[in-house]
Design a protein around this ligand. Structure first.
Ligand code: BES
Ligand code: MN
Ligand code: ZN
Length: 498
């Protein structure tokens, strides 16, 4: 991992270091002094390049003189409307550019142009956390990397006039960034390593941070009547688990906020088996649960002043002599029966029991679930936004606001009785899919809604955003995004920590 520190003056002066500066649309270099002898060269280069400080643009200059090997110039766009999250993304872009050089040290010059509304300490902290987030790499199974294949960048120094304050502002951001990395690790692990039992063991590690963790076995779930969840795991050699995590940071006795996650550690589709092309991607069908676990870690690490409970349903969906069949009828903990038309629509079966259990035991003031639930949400929204489904405008709007703040974006999708009807069934209380493919993400949401019992609730369908094959979030490399940890941490902070 790369270390991030804060200092009042530049440390990078050697040929093995790079310097990054941040420039708005006016193209003005904000801190002449920090660039020192590089200033005239950089001014000249900027005057002769098409780079014009647009948001997201990056220019990497090779320094022909003595001093740092490269100067990375990152565009901030319109300075008046600059946000903390945009600065995080700018820090991430600087880091990505520095990784492409052979620099071992990167100085981020955090002085911003005067027109920016962000104070110096916040700016520096956000640039640092963006770099921290983007530096993530999952390479534990690469045994043959030569030294020259590995990133050489070791440390980032954020150069700021407010170093002490910035360090303080950085602490909670670093806790969140560590939790995002933890979530990405879980999502990246292959299914022979990460299965319900080992994922539950990862949850247990949160007890060190003061989170209470309980792991329910199949026997315990059977007693509770969780036939929907258990039916999914029935074809697997791995025992299904339900994990309950509690963080008590708020007032004693205050109703908690609940986060619920789909944790299908591998989704073959079951007897309704998936085509083999791309099936390896179904190792990340537990991303919803990984986000819940990571968020619990972030909340505990930054000692959030709220009571939050996380519930994750962990199963493996396999075809087997004992697997459930299309047409099987299962009974959920709520007492409602379900005809399993398609064993590949398994996430909603897992969540049916996890959601019911959660609201029944904790009576939460609000409940949000995350799930890589439908391929259809990818068709609707691509990889730019997750689908938001809710029975409550207040919860939906507060989530939308946090999504905008953190740039982990959402789009609200419709629900209603006309869609609910589509999962009615002749032989049971409901079936687990609609007829045909129409409104596939909404019928899945309607199914979940039948298990939330009037609790203010939202479902985030993250099938399009949990994993990126091409970089679309600047804060993450290719692969697991850790999507939602920043969003949910912000949502809890903004709405429940007063
Ligand atoms: N885990 C999948 C959804 C998914 C698809 C996640 C692509 C990530 C990327 C889910 O369990 C599933 O198989 N859904 C089916 C539902 C269908 C059978 C109604 C789907 O989307 O095809
Ligand atoms: Mn499936
Ligand atoms: Zn699935």
């Amino acid at each position: 991992m790369i270390s991030v520190s804060f200092a009042a003056t530049r440390t990078a002066s050697k040929k093995t270091s790079a310097v990054a500066i941040f420039v708005g649309e006016d193209g003005a270099i904000p801190n002449k002094a920090a660039l020192g002898s590089l200033h005239s060269y950089v001014t000249h280069a900027l005057a002769n390049d098409a780079f014009n400080g647009k948001k997201g643009d990056v220019l990497t200059l090779v320094n022909p003189q003595s001093g740092p090997s490269h100067v990375v110039v990152v565009g901030l766009g319109a300075l008046k409307s600059l946000t903390a999250t945009q600065l995080e993304e700018a820090g991430a872009r600087a880091l990505a550019a520095a990784l492409a050089t052979r620099a071992t040290q990167l100085d981020l010059i955090a002085t911003l142009p005067k027109a920016s509304p962000i104070d110096a300490a916040t700016a520096a902290a956000r640039l640092g956390s963006g770099a921290h987030l983007r530096a993530y790499r999952f390479d534990k199974y690469r045994t043959k990397d030569k030294a020259s294949d590995k990133p050489v960048l070791k440390s980032v120094t954020v150069v700021t006039s407010a170093a002490d304050k910035a360090k303080k502002a950085y602490a909670p951001l670093a806790a969140i960034a560590d939790a995002v990395a933890f979530t990405r690790n879980l999502v990246s692990e292959p299914a022979n390593i990460l299965y319900p039992e080992t994922l539950a063991a990862e949850c247990k590690k949160l007890s060190k941070l003061g989170v209470t963790v309980e792991v329910l076995s199949e026997t315990q779930m059977k007693k509770l009547g969780m036939g929907a969840l258990l039916g999914v795991g029935q074809g697997s050699r791995r025992e299904s688990k339900l994990v309950v995590m509690q963080w008590h940071g708020g007032k004693k006795g205050a109703k908690p906020v609940a986060l619920v996650g789909k944790g299908v550690t591998f989704d073959t589709g079951g007897i309704s088996i998936k085509p083999s092309g791309g099936m390896e991607e179904m190792k990340w069908d537990m991303a919803g649960s990984a986000t819940v676990i990571g968020t619990m870690r972030a909340l505990a690490a930054r000692k959030a002043k709220a009571n939050v409970v996380g519930v994750v349903g962990l199963v493996e969906n396999m075809p087997d002599g004992n697997a459930q069949r299309p047409g099987d009828v299962v009974k959920s903990m709520s007492g409602q029966t379900i005809e399993v038309i398609n064993t590949d629509a398994e996430g909603r079966l897992v969540l049916a029991d996890a959601l019911w259990y959660c609201q029944d035991r904790f009576k939460p003031q609000a409940m949000v679930n995350l799930a890589t639930l439908t391929g259809a949400i990818l068709v609707c929204l691509g990889s730019h936004r997750a689908g938001l489904f809710s029975n409550n405008d207040g919860v939906a709007n507060s989530l939308m606001a946090s999504a905008d703040t953190t740039n982990e974006r959402l789009w609200r999708m419709p629900m209603g009785p006309e869609y609910d009807k589509m999962i009615n069934c002749d032989i049971a209380d409901m079936q687990n899919v609609g007829e045909g493919r129409e409104a596939g993400s909404t019928t899945a949401a309607q199914f979940l809604q039948r298990f939330v019992n009037d609790v203010p609730w939202a479902h985030l369908d993250i099938a399009g955003v949990a994993w990126q094959n091409k970089p679309s979030s600047p804060l993450a490399p290719k692969g697991a995004v850790g999507w939602g940890v920043r969003l949910l941490s912000d949502w809890v902070e903004t709405n429940y920590e007063k």
